[in-house]
Design a protein around this ligand. Sequence first.
Ligand code: DAH
Length: 376
Amino acid sequence: MITGDANNNVTDHIFEKIGYNLHKRPDHPLGIIKSVIEDYFDESFGKDTFTSFDDLYPVVTTFANFDSVLVPPDHVSRSANDTYYVDAENVLRCHTSAHQLEMLKDGATKFLVTGDVYRRDSIDATHFPVFHQMEGVRVFEKEEWESKGVEAVDLARDELRTTLEGLARHLFGDVEMRWVDAYFPFTEPSMELEIFFKGEWLEVLGCGVMEMQILEEAGLGDKRAWAFGLGLERLAMVLFDVPDIRLFWSDDKRFTKQFEAGMFKAGGVDMRKFKPYSKYPPCLKDVSFWLPENAEDGTNLFSENNLCEVVRDAAGSLVEEVKLIDEFENKKKGLTSNCFRIVYRSMERSLTDEEINAIQEKVRENMVSKLGVELR
Ligand code: DAH
């Protein structure tokens, strides 16, 4: 599927991840959370009221990923800096919302879609270019709001809030939570649910009342709907105390053996948490360089996302973090200098100097040839 297409920016390291389907493994933390949420919907709405889909292919059209959910033509998420393009018309979905319209058109009115999603992004303990989301949609019939004598939007919003607050309580127990106004192109009103966890407010999901335009497009113009989307890694990291997002991809027995289907306990009460095992030492490499000059249209070949992609391409999952540690401008030269620190670490073994030096050399070469920087 890797094409020679000029628009293709899917590296082998990313391509390899298609088909892992971590969310379909019953004993994997992501599979566990997925079934816990599906069970919650069975309990709240009646068994099998919501239909679950978890094997929709992650390569979708740009129409599905963006247009079908009303993402504006100039939105940043459409750029090749943020999204993996297979070719000009096909992308690795960057959210499960990409499936809303097709499912509605297929006649589904209450459904959950779980799948792997892909985003070009920075690298640290909570960001990995592949992660997993669950989308939920529920369509209301006219009779439902008329019989209650309420406005359709109010009915949808109230049920949405009650349902998701219930879900958060089911997962995290008696936590403090709050609703924050948000913006998504596909919902109005839109909101995010945050929980207070370890001293800070943590966003756990986005949701809202679906834009009528989407329902109309699906031939459901006389109905109303709510929708939500949540990230499974985020929930699993909090629930099981998993400190690094890369661990979800590890097949180290010391990780995998700690999880099994059915281990979840409501509210996380008395549930076994992940016990970290000793980490292998990191290997740090700094790289300083002058940024290339802007192109005529004001764009720059260099971006943090592009750098991360270059590092991932050379290092695969051995890269733990890429962070800017110094920046200054040389007014005389009219150039900006950046220094990035790259942290390499394996979850499985000790790294040798030789292999990291070889990787770092490749990173430096590609920074020059692909990102146009001048190494210092
Ligand atoms: N697609 C959004 C994201 O990836 C999440 C989301 C927000 C999904 C609101 C929804 C929704 O269905 O209504 O950030």
